[in-house]
Write a protein that binds this ligand. Structure first.
Ligand code: HEC
Length: 123
């Protein structure tokens, strides 16, 4: 599948992808709540839109390839990754992934999201 096709499908599925978000004041909320907010609203499309609760593989879309064979676009589980792999993925250079957007999050923000997603499924 071509890169443009993927961007088209994603913009169609998630129009909010195109809007920027307001900065937030994190002083009166817990680390977990802050992580939860960022997970849904990371100045770009929410992680939850593709990764759900982060504990399972999520099928984002099904499509037919050039040969008419049905293929699917999947997001992997992210709740059991090491902090190092998680950080590496979120700091990866633009266009390393054809599907997952590039985010511009600080190390602290990534740490909060990591804290949230690794604890969410323990509740
Ligand atoms: C548009 C869908 C989409 C969104 C939104 C998205 N991801 Fe992903 N993510 C993917 C896909 C697909 C992969 C699989 C490999 C790839 O394409 O990079 C992935 C891979 C990952 C990985 C690496 C998993 C592994 O096993 O190494 C991490 C970590 C991750 N995403 C975290 C996040 C976080 C945190 C957010 C929000 C800030 C997010 N993703 C938003 C689709 C998405």
């Amino acid at each position: 599948m071509k890169y443009n096709t993927v961007v088209f499908i994603i913009s169609f599925l998630f129009p909010s992808f195109l809007y920027a978000n307001e900065p937030i004041d994190a002083s009166f909320i817990t680390k977990f709540e802050y992580g939860a907010m960022l997970y849904r609203n990371p100045r770009g499309i929410g992680c939850n839109k593709c990764h759900g609760k982060g504990d399972k593989t999520v099928t984002i879309a099904m499509y037919k390839d050039k040969k008419g064979i049905t293929q699917s676009l999947k997001a992997p589980p992210i709740s059991k990754l090491s902090y190092v792999s998680f950080m590496a993925k979120l700091k990866a250079k633009k266009n390393r992934s054809l599907v997952m957007p590039t985010y511009f999050l600080t190390d602290d923000e990534i740490k909060s999201i990591y804290h949230y997603v690794t604890n969410l499924n323990k509740k």
